[in-house]
Design a binder for this molecule. Structure first.
Ligand SMILES: Nc1ncnc2c1ncn2[C@@H]1O[C@H](COP(=O)(O)OP(=O)(O)OP(=O)(O)O)[C@@H](O)[C@H]1O
Ligand SMILES: [Mg+2]
Length: 248
């Protein structure tokens, strides 16, 4: 099950104030796999996935994508392959209009003008934000910003899609649409989420990060069914969510 498409080996990270946010993290993803990263607030999930896009600079440990290591000379190539949807859409959107924001990625990665336009319109269509293309992103609601941020990453056609809490602030119909988009994409996915039903629906395998360490790495259903693992890691299914209806 664990393959060598993405491998994170012995990753450690300390913030400048000395806080150890990641301790000996090991992670493997095979091509096309969809993996959820679960865990409580402050566990280190965002810190971990920022590393997957080379955002935290020099590594203590090793990360490889397609056997290419995350060294300084490879990082622009890696950023083209890995599409990261930030936890806070305000960290992602900075252009004067929605359309320009979505076009920014593919333009920057050297897609042809035609491809930039086609991809951007298609991505905005997928998240149902086509009516908003001329608006400044800062005039949008939080959920609308989230959808534009997702479109801006989809437009660059990443081969590994990393999403940090993508369903938070989405209304139920938009959340459902996002799940359907993700299920139909032919890419590898790392999904950081507190939305456990979404993790179960999309990702057959999950890891739990707690206090900077991986504390579980297993089939998502098995994890969600294990009361000890769930409570030790401050995880809880939503009220009324009936896991027992699902097959073992
Ligand atoms: N710039 C920083 N300097 C010092 N400590 C930081 C910094 N950024 C994050 N931390 C700490 O690192 C730990 C991990 O933070 P991180 O944002 O990765 O958690 P998370 O698992 O994504 O949490 P959440 O579920 O709330 O998004 C937290 O304890 C946080 O307080
Ligand atoms: Mg986070």
């Amino acid at each position: 099950m664990n393959g060598g498409y993405l491998s994170v080996n012995n990753l450690n990270f300390e913030y400048p104030d000395g806080y150890k946010a990641l301790e000996n993290v090991n992670l493997n993803l095979s091509k096309g796999e969809r993996l959820a990263v679960l865990g409580p607030n402050g566990a280190g999930k965002t810190t971990l996935i920022l590393h997957l896009n080379g955002i935290h600079g020099e590594l203590k440990g090793e990360i490889k994508l397609n056997d290419i290591s995350y060294s300084e000379e490879n990082i622009s190539k890696i950023r083209k392959s890995v599409g990261l949807v930030f936890q806070d859409p305000d960290d992602q959107l900075f252009m004067p209009t929605v359309l320009e924001d979505v076009m920014f990625g593919p333009k920057n990665f050297g897609f042809s003008e035609k491809q930039v336009e086609e991809n951007s319109i298609e991505a905005l269509k997928q998240v149902k934000m086509l009516d908003f293309i001329d608006k400044p992103p800062h005039h949008l609601s939080f959920g609308q910003k989230r959808k534009v941020a997702i479109a801006s990453v989809l437009a660059s056609e990443p081969e590994l899609l990393v999403l940090d809490e993508p369903s938070s602030n989405l209304d139920p119909a938009s959340r459902r649409e996002l799940i359907d988009i993700l299920k139909n994409l032919d890419v590898s996915i790392i999904l950081v989420t507190h939305d456990l039903p979404m993790a179960l629906e999309i990702c057959s395998r999950s890891v739990i990060l707690n206090n900077g360490k991986i504390t579980a790495n297993d089939n998502t259903y098995k994890i969600l069914k294990n009361e000890k693992i769930m409570s030790e890691n401050r995880l809880e299914l939503p009220f009324g969510f009936a896991l027992h209806h699902l097959e073992d």
